[in-house]
Design a binder for this molecule. Sequence first.
Ligand code: ASP
Ligand code: MG
Length: 486
Amino acid sequence: MKTLVMKFGGTSTSNVKALNRAADIVVAQHGAWDRMVVVVSAMEGVTDMLIDCAEGSLSKDKARYQVIIDQLRDNLNAVVWAIFAGDHSYEKLNALIDTRLQELTNICQRIQLQGKSSPRDMDEIAAMGERINVHVFSALLGKRRVRSQAIEATNLIVTDDCYQAASPIQTATDARVDAVLSPLFADAIIPVVTGFIGATPNGTTTTLGRGGSDYTAAILGVSLKADQVWIWTDVDGIMTVDPNLSSRARLIPEISYNEVYQLAYSGARVLHPKTILLAREGDIPLWVKNTFNSECNGTRISHCSLSDRSTISAVTGFFDINLITFRTIPGGDVNKIKALLRAALKNRGTTTLAVFQAKHDRSVSFAFSANNSNHAIQIIREDGALRSHGWNFSQPQVIEKVALITLVGREIYLTPQALSLATSTLNKAGIDIKRIGNGTSPDSLVFAVANKDGEYAINKIHDEVILNDPLISTIPQPVLKHLSTI
Ligand code: ASP
Ligand code: MG
């Protein structure tokens, strides 16, 4: 059975124009697939306002959360009025918005009284945006005479109780998906499912982490063994460089799961990282497409990549990083120490962004976001395995304000040509390279440079290494369109 899961993000549902475009896309695909599921996230900015509300109820200014709730009501009512005034759904949607915002007010009042909020409260609150938006989107499809049903994923996606970053329990989810969605498919009804949220086996609302609607699409894609998952957003796809940093950014037509994961891990705003891992595991092709330029094919993410034929797919930068260097004692085994350090950090759940090893001075350096680095040092000091190995390390050396410039491409770390090309480009540009290493896989090559050189380094690598690749320069490009230009 040909199955498609499509997800519309916040910018694709943020106003009347965007909602209508998203509905046009669903209407155009309707009939082309045996089964189709639409995942919808909250309208842009709504989740931030909800979280502000929860935080506001803890602030001294007692009126703050009420002001935000009023603002939310005005915004939502304006969209609903513009689309549905005079329609039978209008009253229903307004009543739904009132009910949800009343629940929100009640939770905020309780938080204010107690003077504290729990992660569970935060999820209950953060989930409201999606729980409203699925009804709006389903009513909009109804106006287009497409049969759909709004589904709140608290009844569909079963998760653990790790609030604010819950993980799905796939077998329990599969059973629910079959029970809830199969009858709808049989009646040719399109399920319109809330992104971002789920519930524990006993029904308490959870969220999958910020940006988690992508993850919802992948979870449902795996459950339904979908042929494709399409993520609709406001750019044409994944680009060779952040278009905010370079006007010469080019669309990548095809990229591998590993490369996109590395990009997401290295600071690029692409997809929710768990989405990529899950799709890779389930072997489901993901597409990133532009709601506002739907004729453009977008980027296909699968096991194949453009860099199967070229060297590098993309470059990205992560700024304000701390680099912590540990030196082994003379005669010490730097590889062994590196493995123990990695294990100590991983066991305590600390994210290491990149690892660099320098043979000449027996040192190993780890890159952390600035707010993680003290904690990382602490973990290493306390680690029993390192101590029992007899490693008594010197004071770690910390270099602050570093930028990590990550190049991704199939096995790029093992490709001497890529390394020499990138290194000579940076050297020629007079950029001081502090370290060279890799990120989470051999599909990445990472240069550490000073923050102040970061943007220049990205542009140099992009223009002189990526764009000089004959394959990349011949890929036809769509006209770039962004939401702001529409
Ligand atoms: N609405 C949620 C957020 O803003 C989930 C999402 O957008 O994917 O994080
Ligand atoms: Mg989003």
